[in-house]
Design a binder for this molecule. Sequence first.
Ligand code: HEC
Ligand code: HEC
Length: 286
Amino acid sequence: MREVAKTSGIRLLTAAAMSAVIFLGLVLQAQADDRRATIGDSAPIARQTKEGASLFRANCSPCHGLNARGGGRGPDLTSGRWPHGATDAAIYRTISQGIPGTEMPANNFEDSETQAIVAYLRSLRPSSESVSVGDRIRGEGIFVGKGACSGCHMVRGKGGALGPDLSRVGAARSESYLIDSIREPSRELSLGMIDPNNPYGNVLVYDTVTVMARTGQRITGIAKNEDTFSIQLLDTSQQLHLLLKKDLESVTHERKSLMPVYTEQVLNDAELQDLIAYLESLRGRQ
Ligand code: HEC
Ligand code: HEC
């Protein structure tokens, strides 16, 4: 009995000694933390960047890609180019107010959260592969020549209207999105015009639409506007038809692109690179 009491007494003593050591350690650690904080500690900044990274992953990476390198519908944010303003204040404003007329939405974050996202974006190194290897001038030649892209796409007021205007596509999209647009156009359809006078209107998708009129006439094209009663259809020869739905047998959204698939047989990889270099150079007026 005594033996047991003695050993447990010793155990109690050692336990007390150990807690004292741990306590002392904690105090010293806290003092060290204090000292580091007062001489400009980087820990709070690291914490802010980390919070920004997780907010970014949840809210922004569906469009801007993992690590902000682009990928979905949004541009690479690590390229060092900021057409919408490069200062912290400008980036803050872009995040909170969005960019009207584009797919970049406004956001409702706390002040500190927006700051954390800006800090995160600032912490990223430019990706080395963000510079396209193609030749922009040759790319422009393919765009208006062999590729016949300008038949459907407007650049600086010249070209067709079946596809979206590409005058700013280099600022708006990532390289991987541009490549997909050419090799697999139906994979991610572009969104249509957002009517500036009707911000709550339906956003049209640029898919192929086929209508059958009651007269038996059949028209395929792109819907430039559509509501419950009518549809404006730009057909493949770029004639605009204003149609009332009561005159139509059916309106079919095919959920696929009107743009042809440009396979490697049509445009080889070198030509694709040239085209991408040209598209990336289209950044609108600056
Ligand atoms: C629905 C897609 C989408 C989402 C979600 C989105 N963005 Fe964007 N963002 C875009 C597009 C598209 C652009 C390019 C607009 C343009 O110039 O045409 C853009 C542009 C930007 C720019 C301007 C870059 C420059 O070129 O100056 C910043 C900064 C930005 N986004 C940050 C964010 C952040 C941070 C989030 C998350 C809080 C976010 N975006 C969420 C689509 C998106
Ligand atoms: C027959 C018409 C037609 C031709 C020819 C055509 N396109 Fe398109 N393009 C479209 C349509 C329609 C869309 C929208 C649907 C979609 O996302 O594919 C589109 C979408 C795009 C987009 C995505 C734009 C965005 O911001 O989402 C890019 C980039 C593009 N085309 C580039 C090209 C290039 C480069 C060529 C030539 C090699 C080309 N297109 C030839 C009709 C065309």
